[in-house]
Design a protein around this ligand. Structure first.
Ligand code: GDP
Ligand code: GDP
Length: 452
């Protein structure tokens, strides 16, 4: 199931960044620090009413009023038009319509994608009157919001989620889960695993893909991806069929260096929506970067299976414990989710690349695992008895029952008399126990508490 991506565009200072943070409720996922750009470009995942979607803030402008300004506006709009399913065009009520707003509006009106005109900084009713002026930009509807106070953002989010087709980006808030609802059901056992190769430019993604495909000439077909540059390859290995999703293509297309990383991260985020397992490829020499860590945590948040591949291992001078020490340092950066396979590979020399695929399939199987309720209770209730949750206001907290929910991401509901009293450390204890009893390596696990 592909995801849905929303791009925020607008000239500087209209409040794009403020809106972005509000949409993500401060859970800002990735901030790219590109030298020479006045401010960070941002990416993240937002949740609203049980729907999840990607948000990209295409900001990152040079000075207003310079000659490059017009070019920058075009670039921003083009990124949005290329990469987004819906565009939020932000204007500032306090300045009224400017020439730059008009330029952007002209480009955006040609878009075949939905564009929502958003008038920001409508902090009071006087400004609401002023906002009417923006109808002259030629959009049917306008949304008045105050990103600072949050007013109006609920209606805006309703409109955004209303534009998301069918079952795209459904999340599973605990109250809403109906075990009998087909929509929520886990993928069928015979579904073909979808595996994405993601990572920074030059990490070795293309080399890895070529090494895999070159060796086994059993490609069935090339399915055009949802996006031009994301290539889906049907692939057969060890009699297992799966779909490899490659995000590397983009590097060859865009020539402006500064945009490469921006595009590649957007691609990675979008490719993730469509996958079961992500192969996160790192360059061994560079080590794990802040952006890799952010991509990793996004994948975790999206509930994707993950295998970390430390590529170019051939270039690293090795002593007895090099790999072990490397892995340890790496996992410190991945914390708190460290139950992840790490493999040291060389795509160039075809070292351990098939092992990497086997690992990916193993993680896929871990992610699809369903534990029968009776067995789960037989195993987990004694653990809970040995180490019960702390008391709350003099009452003992009792967990009576546990059930795995029928969701794509392994999710476990623990039924208790005071579910709200169970805190993070105990949640972590339960997750660790689940991991110790069942192979869940590489898979983010969700633990819910419900009233019983
Ligand atoms: P960007 O350049 O478009 O990302 O704009 P920023 O998000 O950095 O915001 C520019 C300025 O506008 C900052 O000083 C914000 O605090 C301010 N701002 C953003 N949203 C609002 C709003 O809803 N009301 C008011 N009064 N100020 C806002
Ligand atoms: P992508 O941008 O992630 O697709 O990266 P590429 O596959 O294009 O690789 C970038 C560069 O790293 C190329 O020059 C590759 O030859 C080189 N490279 C890729 N994998 C390895 C490896 O395992 N070892 C070494 N030494 N170089 C590699």
């Amino acid at each position: 199931m592909a995801g849905f991506t929303v791009a925020i565009v607008g000239r500087p200072n209209v409040g794009k960044s403020t809106l972005f943070n509000r949409l993500l409720e401060q859970r800002k996922a990735i901030v790219e620090d590109t030298p020479g750009v006045t401010r960070d470009r941002q990416y993240g995942v937002a949740d609203w009413n049980g729907r999840q979607f990607n948000v990209i803030d295409t900001g990152g402008f040079v000075q207003e009023g310079t000659d490059v300004f017009e070019r920058e506006i075009r670039k921003q709009v083009h990124i949005a038009l290329d990469e987004a399913d819906l565009i939020l065009f932000i204007c500032d009520v306090t300045t009224g319509i400017t020439g730059e707003d008009e330029d952007m509006a002209r480009l955006l009106r040609k878009s075949t994608k939905p564009v929502l005109l958003v008038i920001n900084k409508v902090d009071n009713s006087q400004r609401s009157l002023d906002a009417a002026e923006f109808y002259s930009l030629g959009f049917d509807q306008l949304f008045e919001i105050s990103s600072i106070s949050g007013s109006g953002t609920g209606e805006l989010l309703d409109a955004v989620t209303a534009a998301i087709p069918g079952d795209v980006g459904l999340t599973f808030p605990e109250e809403d889960i109906d075990p009998d609802d087909e929509e929520n059901a886990a993928p069928a056992a015979n579904a073909i695993p979808r595996i994405a190769i993601i990572g920074q430019p030059n990490a070795g993604k293309s080399t890895l893909l070529n090494a895999l495909i070159g060796q086994e000439r059993t490609i069935v077909s090339n399915i055009p991806g949802t996006t031009r540059d994301v290539i889906h390859t049907h692939y057969n290995l060890f009699n297992r069929e799966f779909i490899l999703i490659d995000t590397a293509g983009i590097r060859k297309k865009k020539n402006v260096h500064e945009d490469i990383e921006f595009y590649s991260v957007i691609r990675a985020i979008r490719a993730m929506d469509d996958t079961d397992v992500c192969l996160l490829v790192l360059d061994a020499e560079k080590g794990i970067t802040a952006q890799d860590v952010s991509i990793f945590s996004l994948a975790t948040r999206k509930g994707k299976g993950i295998v970390v591949l430390v590529n170019k291992w051939d270039t690293v001078e090795k002593e007895t414990n090099t790999a072990r020490d490397y892995e340890k340092a790496l996992k410190q950066k991945l914390a708190p989710f460290t139950d992840v396979p790490v493999l040291f590979i060389s795509a160039l020399e075809k070292q351990r690349i098939f092992q990497a695929m086997e690992k990916a399939i193993e993680v896929y199987e871990n992610r699809s695992r369903r534990v029968p309720t009776s067995k789960l209770n037989d195993v987990m209730l004694p653990e809970i008895e040995r180490y019960p949750p702390p008391m709350t206001r003099g009452n003992s907290v009792k967990i009576k029952f546990v059930q795995q929910l029928p969701t794509a991401v392994p999710s476990f509901a623990f039924f208790a008399n005071y579910p709200e009293a169970i805190k993070e450390p105990y949640r972590n204890f339960l997750e660790n126990k689940l991991r110790s009893h069942y192979p869940l390596t590489g898979v983010p696990v969700r633990v819910f508490f419900r009233k019983k």
